[in-house]
Structure formats: structure tokens, C-alpha cells
Design a protein around this ligand. Sequence first.
Ligand code: IMP
Length: 437
Amino acid sequence: MPAIAVLGAQWGDEGKGKIVHLLCRDADFCVRFNGGTNAGHRVVTSRIPALVGANGDDEPTETQEFKFHLIPAGALHENCICVLGNGMVIDPYALVQERNALRDALRGREPNIYISYGAHLLLPYHPIIERLEGSQSALDTTAKGIGPAYRDKAARIGLRMVDLLFPKTLPEKLQRVLAHYQSIWPEVKELQQFQSEALRDELLKLTETFRQRIIDTVQLLHDALEQEKQIVFEGAQAALLDLDFGTYPYVTSSTATIGGIGSGAGVPPSRVNRVIGVAKAYTTRVGHGPFPTEIHNDLGDRLRQQGHEFGTTTGRPRRCGWLDLVALRYVSKLDGLSELALTKLDVLAGLAEIPVATAYRYQGSTLHEFPAVCEMLSECEPIYEKLPGWDEPLGECHHFSDLPRAAQDYVRFIEDEINLPLSLISVGPGEDENLWR
Ligand code: IMP
């Protein structure tokens, strides 16, 4: 049974949630290994969620939309165990809220979740610190406190999920980190109001119902591998937002590439048999940072409207641009992709021609490799190949051969340029709007 990784191959929002949901129909485990509530994984299902995967004979009903921020998108399948790995930073208030909402949507069925001992807690002071430090506005982050939470982890003053199992030592640990920040901002009332004992009591009460689900998930996953269970690893954010390999400093604070599975779930990437990169048929980015193929005219607005390119987590309008094969080739190398899933091909219908970047021009020379250095990338001009467009809507296409000729050629062009098979093409948000190849 394979272990499959589903990883963002651009700057996030590629539609990973839907792919993970589809793959988890047959999976035993779905594992998140990075990020926190900055992620927003959207799944539109046309089935009765309480029955999805349990009987396999569920009757289609009207569509229903789910937005996952912390809980892995495999959670709609009753037989799929969801794991929140040690590489995550978890806001316990948001987790309780998301779990309760999901339980209601699943008609009372408790989502099957386990949380790693080692996952860090993102606590109410983290978003405050992010705002005070100004990184929220300088980088245009999601304002969830992600950077400060990961920094506490690296500075070894962070609190972890396992600390909730040791109430006696919890106030002491909270006191250490609170004293640190309260001494930096003595005048900020919002920060001064936190008291370690009161916060401990609030956290213990809040997490009462899921504390027994905080376990050694490394062992759980290795047992699963031993028993040849099928595992889907769900990446959050994407390679170009990776802390090390993305467009630093306009990145998130976690490892969104394949290595995150090792450091954020305790499973060596060598155990992963299929690595699926997910890319849109065009490109989007939220937040600041260089974006060579960004469109600065009406066509950008058109893609934004047609593709509903507004953030799932923050509602921010996404910047829109053409597909960038220079970036995709870089990501393919970083992640060792075995295949690509191309999403939102339907959004491109109606364009006379579709530009695709195959190289960059930088200071008079042609670059075929992606320079993940902002100073260079912001000076790169894309060199476009212009491919013919098509007018027909794609929503009714069920097989690759149903696609208009120009759409088939668009897909084949990408495959040839990045030297990867496109195993899945998505032509709409619904779980049945896919062409598997
Ligand atoms: P942070 O992760 O909130 O610190 O934000 C850092 C950068 O990553 C900002 O530009 C965000 O817009 C971006 N970002 C973080 N999470 C996501 C995501 O799930 N999708 C798209 N962009 C994201």
C-alpha cells in the first residue's frame, strides 16, 4: 500500500484539499505535517458526508462545502484516521471550533483525530506579537500568529501539545514565555493581561474533550506503515512559500516541501511512494513578494472573478498570473515529484490565447532555472510561449478525450516542458469534476 504526498507546487491555494479528499476515499490515514490555521483547504462534496466512504453506496445530495484549517481534509471519510503532526502549530481554540463545526456537519459523528505530542501550541499572544512586530503588514501574512509560534519553537520556549498532559508544570512554562514578551512590551495591556495560572486553567478546560487524543503519532504512523496501511500526507501552503526554499522572506515559517514529512510527521520521505504536486492551470499568490508572471491588467481581474480567487482563510483577493513552468520545474526537483495534478483548467476557457512562461530574461540573459532570491526574481521578466485557447466550458468533460483539442494540447505542452505526467486534471470544484489519466 503506498504512502502518497500531496504538496502545493506554487504559492498555495492550488486546490490540495479536494485532491486529498479524493485520495482519502481509499486511505487509512491522512496526515498534516506543517502550518496551522494559515491554511484553508476547501472541499466541495456532493455526498452525504456522514456516509462518505463508510458504505460506498451513499446517495448523492446537493453539494456541501467544507473549509479545513487544522483538521486534515481526509476527515470526511469515516474510515480515515486524521493525524495532526508535530510540524504543525495548533491554535487549540480554533481546533475546538473546527472540530465542533465538523461534528455538526457530520451529524454528530466525532472526527477521528490524533494529535502529536510534539505539535506546538499557537496561543492567543502569538497574533498580538505578530501585529506588534509589524511582520503582519511587512509580509502581508495571514495574521494568525504563525511566525511567532514557530519562532518560539526554534527558541525552545514554545509550549507543546504534550504539555497539556502535565498540568502541574504548565504554568511554569507559560510564565517563562509570558514574562519574555511582557518584558519586551511592558506598555501593551493586551499582553500584560495574560496570567499563567488563568491561561493554564482556560486551556485545560478547553482541551478537556480531546486530551486523550494527544499521543505519540510517530509510533502510530510507523505501526501503520508496518501494517501496510495507506497514508496520505497533506501538505499545507506550498514549495514557493517554504521557509528554506521559497521566496524568502515572503514565505511562511514551516517546511512545505517533501522534507516536512520527515521533520513534521516523523516519517522518512523515502517511505513515500507517490509525490503529487498540485498546481493551478495558472498561478496565484496572496501576500507580498515577487511574482514574475503576475497579470496587471483586466485579464488578471477576469481570472480572479472566474476562479473565485479570494482567500479561504482571510478573504483577501489573490494576485493572479499565468502558469510559470520555470517555477514548476524548480519545485519538481525540490519535491521529487512523481506526477502533477492540474487544477482549475476550466477557468481558462474563453481566452483567445494563453501565455505560459518557459524561461526568464534576467539582466540580458535567459534563465531556465528559478532564482529563489527575491532581489533576482523581482527583476526577472517571463519569456512566454503563447498557446491557443478554447471557448467550450469544461464542466461536462469526464475523460481527457472529452476536452477540446486546444485544452488537451495545453496539458501535453506542460507535461513535455516539465517532464512529468499530469495524472489528474480538475475542471470544477466538485469532487466528481476530475479527469484521471
Ligand atoms: P503566514 O503563514 O501567515 O506567516 O504568512 C506568510 C505568507 O504566506 C503570506 O504571504 C501569506 O499570504 C502566505 N500564506 C500562508 N498560508 C497560505 C496559504 O495557505 N495559502 C496561500 N498563501 C498562504
